[in-house]
Design a protein around this ligand. Sequence first.
Ligand code: HEC
Length: 281
Amino acid sequence: MKQQIIMKLLTVMAGLGIALGAVTTHASPEKDRQEFIKHYTAKFPNIKVEDYVYGALAFDADGRAQYDAIMEFPPFDSEIEKGRQMWETPFKNGKTYADCLPNGGKQIAGNYPMFDEAKGKVVTLHDAINQCRTANGEEAFKLNDMKTMGLLTAYMRTLSDGMMMNIKAETPRAMAAYEDGKKTFFSRKGQLNFACASCHVQNAGSRLRSELISPAVGHAVHWPVFRGGDNLVSLQNRYSGCFSQVRAVSPAVGSETMNNLEYFHSALSNGLPLKASVFRK
Ligand code: HEC
């Protein structure tokens, strides 16, 4: 029954003939970001761009007040503490993450994903952590393992709280990866034939079932999140969730498609401050 209502809602939304034309191809990341912001500020003139970091809560004063109350004493502090212990525990060779990541791992998360020219591909922060592990003789963590990679990044990214997102795509190869991510963002897929943009651009601020839909600008600054207070979710896991909402098969977490999507999607939040490990419904 519930399923039927959802299907109906989605069909109505699809039937509206949502157009995806607002953003031109082969623009620069900065131009794209400005186009997105122009779209949202025209639609929501009273919402400040800085508030997009709160996602759907930017449209929901009550939800935002609840969020603020929860974030005063986050129920997941003890989980972040576990991540801190992992961060501080040396590898078997005595080295630490701080020894092998740039700037001791502080104030760097906003530079990721970055395009690695030598490797010829996008490197996420998770990849950088795994490179650090393998370079020190440790096994790589599984990207989806929330008890290891999840908890570690929940802490590690707090070391970059307040840093401005600063994604760069300057070389032709970097731009190609960026464009590939953009293509994924704008491609309709799944049985419901929706693109990321159908919901997070054209329908940002609208309701889907009981949920308000967030704008894509501001999306990438606060990961991982603790959904419901205890369910740790990474950004790419969240992408997978959205792919399955439209009955599409999600690309694998850590695949080139997902990494390029994260690259494009993160650049949309350039200039907004990071705040790791937040509460989400
Ligand atoms: C059918 C509509 C729909 C589509 C298509 C969709 N999403 Fe979502 N998405 C949602 C809803 C609803 C939520 C939960 C409410 C919110 O935070 O927007 C959500 C949440 C998210 C969040 C978490 C926001 C936060 O602050 O916690 C991210 C990130 C996201 N989506 C990215 C994507 C990406 C990338 C795609 C394309 C692969 C996509 N979504 C496709 C509806 C959609």
